[in-house]
Design a protein. Structure first.
Length: 357
């Protein structure tokens, strides 16, 4: 078994950025220009994003109706990808499994895929077999996952199993018969396939991994490892926490500003549509100076758009990028959400693989 880890950083240091840039240059890809240094003031941030002030309802994007497999698993396909019969793929929901830990006593079982969230290990293992069966038709299809830690570390999978405890946030392969899986419960899953060379990849992109440009780095690694050309790639961005719900702090904005020239395009100022505040605004007045009151807009990050921009920056054609939709926080009946459940949540799986000939 061959495993390749790309040590291009676990922080936002200049050396990490330079290593990522070097990888993209070696792969012959156009690098993404970075903007101003970190430390943007709140006033400067407000000037950049105030013109994009929206309500949560305006930012919400609903998920499509899930496919229901013969074994009861409910999963989301990528529109149009069924024309590639060699390609396995899918984004799980929380519906259709055997886990009971996150559901009410009288509710059906659920699809939790995380071994580390207090669930019964046998139930998690059974859920993984159910998803493999739903996607590939065979419950015994090897499903490869890694121990994710919000990095930009990538591994190449060439056998049905990786080293125990393998730590990474991206997987790729050109070996048929393997199903690569990325676990999420708010972070953004990104699936990529090379239509010509039949290579596939899956990336886990939370805000930290996005700042570290895991998707851009992954496209560069696919070019070096498999000879993939960006124009031959198709990509899908699956369900994650939407801009409607993902409120972040100033440090997150500053981190993105330090890395991307287009960073301000990824943020919105969102007013909470609290009906009580709307009807009785005088009840919520304070003596604090403007800008220091808890009232007013919150800063929201669009992680889906951030990763779409990385795919574009790496050369993937706009028409080849599919946004599946769905906010994990807004739709708790369909998805697990770490933030919406205050940390008590299962994990979903986004999978991709190459069907054996």
């Amino acid at each position: 078994m061959a495993k390749l880890s790309i040590p291009i950083g676990h922080s936002n240091s200049d050396s990490d950025v330079q290593s990522t840039d070097a990888l993209l240059q070696e792969a012959g890809l156009v690098r993404n220009l970075r903007g101003n240094a970190a430390g943007v003031t709140r006033r400067a941030r407000l000037e950049r994003v105030a013109k994009k002030r929206l309500s949560r309802a305006e930012l919400f994007q609903a998920a499509p109706t899930p496919n229901v497999a013969a074994n009861g698993v409910q999963w989301l396909p990528v529109p149009g990808w069924n024309k590639y019969p060699w390609l396995w793929h899918g984004f799980s929901t929380r519906k259709g499994g055997v886990s009971r830990i996150f559901s009410a006593e009288d509710a059906p079982g659920e699809l939790n895929f995380g071994f580390s969230v207090g669930d019964d290990r046998e139930a998690v293992a059974q859920n993984r077999k159910l998803l493999a069966e739903a996607i590939t038709g065979d419950a015994s299809t090897p499903l490869i996952t890694v121990r994710q830690f919000h990095s930009n570390v990538l591994v190449i999978a060439s056998a049905p199993a990786l080293s125990p405890g393998c730590r990474a946030d991206g997987l790729m392969t050109d070996k048929p018969g393997l199903l690569l899986g990325i676990m999420t419960a708010d972070c953004i899953p990104v699936l990529v396939a090379d239509r010509k060379r039949r290579a596939v990849a899956a990336f886990h992109a939370g805000w930290r991994g996005t700042v570290k440009r895991i998707v851009e780095s992954g496209i560069g690694r696919m070019r070096l490892q498999f000879g993939s050309r960006p124009e031959d790639l198709i990509a899908a961005i699956g369900p994650g926490i939407g801009a409607c719900c993902y409120a972040v702090g100033e440090e997150v904005f500053s981190s993105f500003e330090s890395q991307f020239a287009y960073a301000s395009d990824l943020f919105r100022e969102v007013y909470d549509s609290d009906p009580v505040r709307t009807k009785y605004p005088m009840l919520f007045l304070t003596q604090r100076a403007p800008g220091h009151s808890p009232m007013g807009p919150s800063l929201h990050l669009d992680l889906t758009e951030a990763n779409r921009r990385q795919l574009l920056a790496a050369g993937v054609m706009p028409s080849a990028i599919h946004l599946v939709g769905g906010c994990t926080s807004c739709q708790p009946d369909l998805f697990f959400s770490h933030r919406a459940s205050h940390g008590h949540a299962g994990r979903m799986l986004s999978v991709i693989g190459i069907r054996p000939r």
